[in-house]
Design a protein around this ligand. Structure first.
Ligand code: NAI
Length: 441
């Protein structure tokens, strides 16, 4: 169902009325489109402390390849990148305040503030304290900055390994990702694509639950990025599945992912080189408070959302079904991070997905050259959330820093970034696509 409130606040009387009544004033977000694929304008590059990322082939070179005009001063930047990797003590932390205090007001609507931090694995407790301080800083700025601007903290040691991530965060593709801390490093090989506009050219991607909703958007986005897509969904959805696969020039694989032989049937349907991208998106809800939850509601949700993810991942990895350089992206949920009344089964399954990702990521990278990450959507406008009662739906839409629900394409773009051949350094991450939801914040 369309977000009529967001449309209304975009009109002059709507803006006037909502301001007078002190109601939320969400900004219509700038998302990727073929006509407007990137931001245009200036990127303000600032730093605090002495950055280890400086140097001829360092951060400045990577930022220069984003297509934005990199400046040390800007009246109206569309994005600000503050390099705080050199923040080691209270004095250099104060430079973060000094640098951003002066410019936050001037960032364009639906723009970006990205703070770069160092990894936390330091024995220097002063440095660890001020680097951790950046998380509280970023999350607070995300909540107060408004105007559809997102704020993210990226921890890195090598700007080149972070190029796909910086390009994603500095583009309209990351419109609904805010308040997040993303770590780069310790993953698999980073491969720059021949063509950044078609990073998945020549690669095969399988998406479960692709007949509709988020899965359909993921399949479409991976196909846009050049992948051959195999679209999997239950046999009961075969008509919709055929139509999605046909539209994307992919193939349909009607299969219940909970079938005991699902892994073997997926392997049989793949090209001999195997799979490059595996997206575990299929998911169901069967909500009831625990006291009223029959065992079947528990087991069906755990089976689709977690057990089948474990089974098919194991089957594909052990049979060599994922090519070196492969990517696994699983769909968690903020309900799994924050918990939700009536969803003990669903939240358990989605928290389990996060556990699987964190534990498998280092081994999968070391043994197979494959990364494993999760996206954790917040409130996304789909059939699943249309079924939510009106007032709970409105609360879900507004209770985040961007004051609106996300779209399936927001989850799809985040998945496509994780699936990118140059995202080998992103591993074991659970990235929320939630507009910085207050739930589980
Ligand atoms: P949806 O209900 O619109 O689509 C889910 C798809 O998965 C359907 O096409 C369904 O047929 C398929 N599916 C279900 N069981 C299957 C099985 N056993 N085998 C194969 N396919 C199966 O749901 P939506 O909203 O697109 O959600 C997609 C994923 O995102 C799910 O994992 C969901 O839990 C997760 N999610 C969604 C959020 C939202 O706000 N919509 C929020 C957080 C997470």
């Amino acid at each position: 169902m369309a977000d009529r409130y967001l449309s209304f606040t975009g009109t002059t009387p709507g803006r006037f009325l909502t301001r007078r009544l002190g109601l939320p004033q969400p900004t219509a977000l700038h998302r990727w489109s073929a006509e407007h694929p990137s931001f245009t304008g200036e990127l303000l590059h600032l730093s605090a402390g002495k950055s280890p990322l400086d140097g001829p082939d360092g951060l400045a070179a990577v930022l220069g390849r984003t297509g934005l005009a990199v400046r040390a001063r800007s009246e109206r930047p569309v994005a600000v990148v503050l390099d705080a990797t050199g923040v080691t003590d209270i004095d250099t932390l104060a430079e973060v305040h000094a640098a951003l205090h002066a410019v936050v007001r001037s960032v364009a609507r639906s723009g970006r503030v990205i703070v770069l931090g160092a990894p936390l694995d330091t024995a220097d407790h002063h440095q660890a304290a001020v680097q951790q301080a950046l998380e509280g800083f970023v999350r607070s700025l995300g909540k107060e900055i408004g105007r559809g601007i997102t704020v993210t903290l990226l921890r890195l040691t090598d700007a080149n390994a972070a190029e796909s991530t910086l390009r994603f965060l500095l583009s309209p593709k990351s419109a609904y990702v805010s308040g997040q801390v993303i770590g780069i490093g310790g993953g698999a090989e980073v491969t720059a694509p021949a063509d950044w506009a078609l990073p998945l050219a020549g690669r095969t991607a399988l998406v479960t639950g692709a007949a509709r909703g988020i899965g359909e958007a993921v399949a479409a986005t991976l196909a846009r990025d050049g992948a051959r897509v195999v679209c999997l969904d239950v046999p009961g959805a075969a008509v919709e599945l055929d139509s999605v696969a046909g539209r994307l020039g992919g193939t349909a694989l009607p299969l219940d992912i909970t079938a005991p032989d699902a892994g073997a049937r997926i392997l049989a349907a793949l090209p001999s080189e195997g799979l490059d991208v595996l997206v575990h998106n299929a998911g169901i809800t069967r909500d009831r408070r625990l006291v009223n939850m029959a065992a079947e509601r528990w087991s069906s949700v755990l089976d689709v959302n977690l057990a089948s993810v474990l089974r098919t991942t194991d089957a594909l990895l052990s049979a060599g079904g994922l090519a070196t350089g492969g990517r696994i992206v699983a769909t968690a949920s903020i309900a799994g991070l924050a918990g939700n009344a009536g969803q003990t089964n669903y939240a358990a399954s989605k928290a389990g997905v996060a556990g699987l990702v964190r534990a498998l990521a280092p081994n999968a990278a070391a043994e197979h050259g494959v990364t494993v990450n999760a996206v954790a959507p917040g409130f996304i406008e789909t059939k699943m959330t249309t079924a939510v009662p009106l007032f709970i739906r409105e609360a879900g839409r507004r209770m985040n820093s961007l004051g609106q629900g996300g779209l399936p394409v927001d989850v799809a773009e985040t998945t496509a970034w994780l699936a990118h051949p140059a995202s080998g350094g992103v591993n074991g991450q659970v990235v929320r696509v939630c507009g910085q939801s207050l739930l589980g914040a």
